[in-house]
Design a protein around this ligand. Structure first.
Ligand SMILES: Cc1cc2nc3c(=O)[nH]c(=O)nc-3n(C[C@H](O)[C@H](O)[C@H](O)COP(=O)(O)OP(=O)(O)OC[C@H]3O[C@@H](n4cnc5c(N)ncnc54)[C@H](O)[C@@H]3O)c2cc1C
Length: 333
């Protein structure tokens, strides 16, 4: 058993000072970190409980009309907040598709951003090959169980996917992550927050040691009328996405002014389907253009032995989610 010290920080600066101790990890709701500690995957020396930090548990409007969601807002509170439901229904839907009510009551926005992959080889220390858990040890998924793994952006080092539903919606909404450290504050566009694995799969995000996520900012709403979060999974609830699609559209009649499409369950980070977006922008939304765009989104897909089905599933999911966002019927490729 590992020896762990614990302290509860009362404000951001005391949390940041506490994080100077080597081996420190912040703990929010603990719904991911405690599982990883019990499984012997994470080994913090010092835990800094951030759940009582003042001022990080609120949601408020920004001067530009956007929304700031504090890092300690619980997933259920964010999902059910009037401003989120009315102005960013896509995000509310994504929150509500994740985990279970009990978990959402505990899980924080910051912890959700930082949750780690659900790859079975990462979670089970009986498997010796996992570059994410033990850099340099290999990747057992590539030749092993890879049904739920990446079809885009993977590397020869890691084919794991990011499991967060919230982050997929944030990617479609162009959210910005606010972080603090003893060096000051900075912002990270969501597209740059999560990483592709490349040759450093043990590093999930661009957050630096000692940095604390304090909030997520959403730009002023453009997409509240036409958005949809679609999550396809093995069970109707309490299951991670095989594929998910966050679709947010600005429409002018039947013409797409701007499409934002982010995919979950397909890559090591939420995946913006930029090519599909470009193919939709400025064009009338027809079955043909949507099918072409969905196919193009999978143009670079490199499925593994066990997840070839995801390529067609992702195309069909894009079609369905965009149709749903636009208020059209249809959905089969
Ligand atoms: C059974 C089960 C099913 C689930 N299903 C889903 C699902 O379908 N979809 C989905 O999206 N998620 C799912 N989850 C994951 C869940 O959403 C995450 O566990 C949760 O969001 C993590 O938040 P937390 O506050 O509990 O994080 P913690 O467990 O407290 O922390 C997680 C990580 O984040 C770091 N951290 C926390 N807060 C901060 C901060 N402010 N700044 C910097 N670092 C921070 C911690 O150090 C730790 O590394 C599921 C979890 C379980 C257990």
């Amino acid at each position: 058993m590992d020896a762990i010290s614990y302290e509860r920080a009362v404000d951001v600066s005391s949390a940041l000072r506490a994080a100077q101790q080597p081996g420190t990890m912040f703990i929010g709701g603990g719904t991911n970190l405690l599982d990883l500690m019990k499984g012997g995957v994470e080994h913090p020396v010092h835990l800094v409980d951030i759940t009582r930090l003042r001022g990080l548990d609120t949601i408020g409007t920004l001067p530009d009309g956007g929304l700031r969601i504090g890092a300690l807002v619980r997933n259920s509170d964010a999902a059910n907040h009037a401003l989120v439901r009315e102005q960013y229904p896509l995000l509310s839907q994504a929150f509500l598709s994740g985990a279970s009510p009990q978990l959402r009551n505990m899980a924080t926005v910051g912890g959700n951003l930082m949750q780690r992959t659900r790859c079975g080889y990462f979670y089970d220390t009986a498997f010796t090959q996992c570059n994410k858990r033990q850099p340099g040890s290999g990747c057992a998924s590539i030749e092993g169980q890879n049904r739920t793994h990446a079809i885009l952006g993977a590397s020869s080092q890691c084919v794991a996917v990011n499991p967060s539903d919230m982050s997929v919606a944030l990617a479609a909404l162009d959210a910005v992550v606010r972080v603090s450290s003893l060096r000051g504050e900075r912002t990270i566009p969501i597209a740059e927050f999560h990483r592709l694995p490349a040759d450093r799969p043990e590093v999930d995000t661009t957050l630096q040691p000692g940095e604390l996520i304090t909030a997520v900012d959403l730009p002023p709403l453009l997409f509240s009328e036409h958005s949809h979060y679609l999550k396809v999974r093995d069970r109707a609830s309490y299951a991670f996405a095989l594929v998910s699609v966050a679709a947010a559209l600005q429409m002018d009649g039947n013409t797409v002014k701007t499409a934002h499409i982010a995919l979950g369950g397909v890559a090591h980070k939420p995946w913006r389907a930029s090519i599909a977006e470009q193919m939709l922008n400025g064009r009338p939304l027809t079955d043909a253009t949507l099918r072409e765009a969905a196919a193009a989104a999978m143009g670079e897909a490199q499925p593994l032995s066990g997840n070839r089905f995801k390529v067609l599933l992702a195309q069909r999911s894009i079609v369905r989610a965009v149709n749903q966002a636009a208020g059209r019927t249809g959905g089969v490729v």
